[in-house]
Design a protein around this ligand. Structure first.
Ligand code: 13P
Length: 302
């Protein structure tokens, strides 16, 4: 079976990215997998702490396994479609341990608001627990603002001091040996009401790459992650992938597709049968995921 690490290495070498698509209910989960199946793409299903508490950690793993089994067919081999699970923005060692024990393939510890030393300490604890279980760890250095629950009517200001500092990223990676690193480079969670976020700070990404190069390969096995992918200009996403981003997280755009479709389906209607009004919402989510898979270049990469 090809591991998640195999896909990150392949993406890094061939310059494409794997999408992480967040969900909190079955219709969304099915839609994300439907898109991956249609386009023969590896995919990461993301759940934040809140999303996973609503859905259930063990339930997410069990259903993922069912989908893998059901997609064993021509094109995706005996292991089924490469569908992976990530616990996104975990805030404590205890909760990430639960996700690892439940069978998640990777976990993200978000200690970006903690002092660097404390962030390093907890990330290292998570890494020590995860590594013997074949689970990958994503760490975070630099502050990525806001959350995926809003449209921002005012322009979101990125503060210079919140951008990831290359020397802090290096120190963090040397000490924690995290497999992936989420960076702050002008990205933020959620979308501006205009639908388009400001440009990414590709110069920050270039500086991080340069610092990694000077560290002479000690960071060779680190994969860089872009959070807050919703609303990011497509040309910026393409440039970021060229510069080494191998995982891109998308949530707000899928939430908008899902809830917008439901609102339209139910307003002025007396329909009460969920299996009649939910498929439209699923289709909207699937369409949004397919567009991202094409943009990220992960089509036909299973
Ligand atoms: P968006 O909600 O901006 O897509 O960000 C999602 C994310 O980064 C989840 O970790």
């Amino acid at each position: 079976m090809k591991t998640l690490k195999y896909y990150f290495e392949k993406a890094q070498k061939e310059k494409w990215a794997i999408g992480q698509f967040n969900f909190s209910d079955f219709t969304q989960m099915k839609a994300i997998i439907g898109a991956a199946k249609e386009l023969k793409s590896p995919v990461i299903l993301g759940t934040s702490e809140g999303e996973s508490k609503f859905f259930g950690l063990e339930e997410a793993v069990a259903l993922r396994n069912v989908f893998k089994k059901k997609t064993r067919s021509a094109g995706s081999g005996q292991a089924g479609l490469p569908i992976f699970l990530n616990l996104d923005h975990g805030k404590s060692f205890g909760y990430l341990k639960q996700a690892i024990d439940a069978g998640y393939d990777m976990v993200h510890f978000d200690g970006s608001k903690l002092p660097l030393e404390e962030n390093i300490k907890i990330t290292k604890d998570v890494k020590n627990y995860a590594k013997w279980r074949g689970v990958l760890i994503e760490g975070e250095v630099g502050k990525i603002g806001t959350d995926s629950s809003k449209l921002y009517s005012e322009k979101f200001e990125i503060k210079e001091e919140d951008l990831t500092k290359p020397e802090e990223a290096l120190k963090f990676l040397n000490k924690t040996k995290a497999n992936l690193l989420a960076i702050s480079m002008g990205n933020f969670h959620g979308i501006e009401a205009s639908g388009i976020d400001p440009n990414l700070r590709l110069d920050t990404l270039q500086k991080i790459n340069e610092a990694f190069r000077q560290a002479r390969g000690r960071t060779k096995n680190t994969f860089l992650v872009l959070h807050g992918g919703s609303g990011t200009p497509e040309s910026d996403i393409k440039e970021a992938i060229k510069l080494g981003i191998v995982k891109i997280n998308i949530n707000t755009e899928l939430r908008l597709a899902f809830s917008g479709s439901l609102r339209r389906a139910l307003s002025g209607s007396d329909e009460i049968v969920p299996y009649k009004y939910l498929p439209g919402a699923g289709k909207s989510v699937q369409k949004a995921v397919e567009e991202k898979i094409l943009l990220f270049g992960s089509r036909d990469k299973i």
